[in-house]
Design a protein around this ligand. Sequence first.
Ligand code: BGC
Length: 730
Amino acid sequence: MKKVILLAMICLGTWTSKAQYSEKEIEAKIDSILPLLTLKEKVAMCHAQSKFSSPGVSRLGIPEVWMSDGPHGVRAEISWDSWNYAGWTNDSITAFPALTCLAASFNDSLSYAYGVAVGEEARYREKDILLGPGVNIYRTPMNGRNFEYMGEDPYLASRLVVPYIKGVQKNGVAACVKHYALNNQERWRDHINVEVSDRALYEIYLPAFKAAVEEGEAWSIMGAYNQFRGQHCCHNEILLNNILKNDWGFDGVVVTDWGGAHDTKESALHGLDIEMGTGTNGLTYSKVNAYENYYLAGPFLEMLENKEVEESIVDDKVRRILRLIYRTSLNPNRPLGSVNTTAHHEVARKVAQEGIVLLKNKEDIFPIKDETEITIAVIGENATRMMTRGGGSSELKPQFEVSPLEGIKARYKNAKITYAMGYASGAPAYARVNPSPYDADSLKSIAIDVAKKADLVLFVGGLNKNHHQDCEGGDRKIYNLPFGQEALIDELYAVNKNLGVVMVSGNAVAMPWLSKTKGLIQAWYLGSMTGHALADVVSGDVNPSGKLPFSFPKKLEDNGAYAFGEISYPGDSIMQEYKEDILVGYRWHDTKKIAPEFAFGYGLSYTDFSISNIQSDQSIYAANEAITVSFDVKNEGGITGAEVVQVYTGKIKSKVPRALKELKGYQKLAIASGASQPGTVTINVSDLAYYDDSISEWVVEPGDYYLYVGNASNNITKKIRISISKKSRS
Ligand code: BGC
């Protein structure tokens, strides 16, 4: 027995030097550990032992694996056996902005900084896996979880997910990319069966996951709750075995979403590695979690013992889990991490500043000057509401959260700031909305009174983290603003025409009131530094540079998923068909010529930019070449700012249906007032391919294409015609 322990300690590296092991060394160590494990021990490693951990093998010194949500900060400790918070007093953290905001920054290096910071916090909290980031594509504005994802464009999400993962994993903490795949709505998420063409799957819904695996080298991935082609995604042969593990060569761990496993044999054979969150009375939210009865526990052991499943199946799972353990808790170079540091708060503030999008600025209502004679009336519940509460699993317990009102009050020393709530929505709750203790009429009349007396009204409204808003477990019920806000905006406008709106949401909303507001700021959910970052932009200390990561349709019917009726969204409760196919978001608006209220890639600045000298390096390209687009950007205004130049491509006369244009590159340039800066975007010709489902291959069609260069999907400065030849150049 002693010999075994000694051997295991050597294998596990207890006495070895401090250098991180090479991949080869790790595999050799795993080879030597596997024969020491009993079947029972192996099976135990494949399922939960508590709400957020899976067991190790203590006799061999194999550590447990500890996980935490994700993705906007490290969630407060949850009890061993229930969803209740454990009530710790040392688990408060930094809340970072929602991933929609990160996506709006169009800033890859900021995504890395975000990953590093949240990874340091996860490490400090002794987590091995951070359950995030999320990269499900924004298909409809009704999805309750869009705020946790990176928008509607597969290229943008792919670019931003990679540095986030690298940043997290630098800390010896695994990122767990979720929810793989097609979890694009919360309605019936536990069972809805998604039917989608291979083209849309490969071109729209998979690229960000592929980038996360192939470029980000993510160490774990979370299966989605829903079904795809008749199998649950947590044990889906096509998604997990064929695509993820075989085609993309994923060598990490597939974790279920909590309660996402439904069958032992499928879990065993279709690529699942760790089962979490199963409710053993058959219900996801069961109070009784008898871990031994998990699909990958007792029943799996029995199948192995009866030789219904080969031992190599469990060995592969355990190999992956051990690999993750070596990359995380057994990495001798793993840093110690840190939490709530000034540096983390600054990262949170910077992401927020760069992600905020200025959507309208008539008569330059923004920035608002801090003048002694003026009164600014801040109206709206979202000016004081904690948005880290609610929303589902991404809920956070930040050490502090500066509200918009607090941030504005801290910034404006001369102007008089008044406040009225205006409307009320009820307490944040995951599964229900508590009745509001407030009287709507009196809230409104107080707000009207406050607005009347002010020089300027700043309405801070939008959605919140209640059920049926921006919240897990349900979709939105209406596209319009809830809680009587539309009527309130109308009445505020009636008494004060100097009206600006700050929209706090993770989703697009209908804006029938748009003409009544002079200015509109899309402010997302910004985390700990919300109020400061918002005040930075409202005051002009920071010039906004965010761009929308998804389209804002004028009305719901203008959204592609909606255009085909209920079978397309939300489905008939059993199945749904993604009938808009590849035409998601701006691809739909552009191709069908349906103007959105605000387009993908759109966002204003307090300065003006011009893009000139736009050219491609050649006009004819071979199939194996890269296209370089160059341009100059000039800041024509009086203050420093940043512009995001976007390059889209579109095939002229394709033999298959294609979107008018697709984002293929962007560059964000910070430019001083009056200065010019050159920029370039490089696109591989191979990235112009479409997925040909008749042969299951990516195909670059030879012929003519347009390169569209501009600063929004609907604001193209120049179109360049290029040709792609059939041949490769040697
Ligand atoms: C969510 C996941 C989350 C998990 C653990 C599930 O309900 O879908 O995103 O990571 O719970 O909290």
